[in-house]
Design a protein around this ligand. Sequence first.
Ligand SMILES: [Zn+2]
Ligand SMILES: [Zn+2]
Length: 98
Amino acid sequence: MDAKPASEPAKPPRQCYCASLDADFRQKQHIPVGYCGICERCGQPGHTQHFPGPLPYTGAWCDRCVKIVALTWPLKHPAFWTVLFMAVVAGLTYYFKK
Ligand SMILES: [Zn+2]
Ligand SMILES: [Zn+2]
């Protein structure tokens, strides 16, 4: 069933900096082997990677927190609150027009 040619390199599990991280830098930052960043949320070893949302931002998260960040990023995005505020205002306007 596997149509892929055997010569194709295995896809890395995530787009992170593990492959390109300098060993000296990792030691200075106290990042354990096998990781390339320290999680911004919980301080656990994680991976430096692109933000799991439509923001031009790169940060470091552990495997657990990157899922949380991916689910909760709209709550931290100003556009989310702008849209919510406009929806509330529109709803109130509609309500009081009646
Ligand atoms: Zn990594
Ligand atoms: Zn974390």
